[in-house]
Design a protein. Structure first.
Length: 151
């Protein structure tokens, strides 16, 4: 796991994960504890929490992984937490047999787009008007090879 503050999270962590998610997303767009616990109860879904104020949920299916959501509280952004969480989730997925990881990012989120580009993700698709604000989602992917510095 990347970073000592990052630990695995299960359904019992749903309240803490939801609190981070609620602080990171606008009203009506964040996931409550019930939704997060439900996700974490699904086969192949795993979560990680960064005690400094970040969380990520991902799902593994066959040899592919998908980031379901990633959140960092506002006062901890631009400090490397998001990158550490994505890298830790990618490594967890790789260890579980994933060869590739996918995620979606809003065209209106330049900070996240820049982070994912620095982490080596490339665009493989686009979902029109995917988000509540009407913005498109860019579908990004990264191949998970042997363990290295980022993954």
């Amino acid at each position: 796991m990347s970073g000592q503050a990052i630990t695995r999270a299960g359904p019992l962590h749903a309240t803490a994960l939801s609190a981070i998610h609620a602080r990171a997303f606008p009203e009506g767009e964040y996931w409550d504890a019930r939704i997060i616990a439900g996700q974490l109860s699904q086969p192949g879904v795993f979560g990680l929490i960064d005690t400094r104020g970040g969380m990520i949920l991902a799902r593994l299916a066959a040899d592919e992984a998908e980031v379901l959501t990633v959140a960092v509280v506002p006062e901890r952004r631009q400090q490397g937490l998001g990158g550490s969480l994505v890298a830790a989730a990618a490594e967890e997925a790789r260890q579980r047999g994933a060869a590739r990881i996918f995620l979606e990012v809003s065209t209106r989120n330049p900070a996240a787009r820049g982070l994912y580009q620095r982490l080596g993700f490339t665009q493989v698709g686009r979902r029109r008007a995917y988000y509540a604000d009407g913005s498109d989602a860019l579908v990004l992917s990264k191949r998970l090879g042997e363990k290295n510095v980022l993954f």
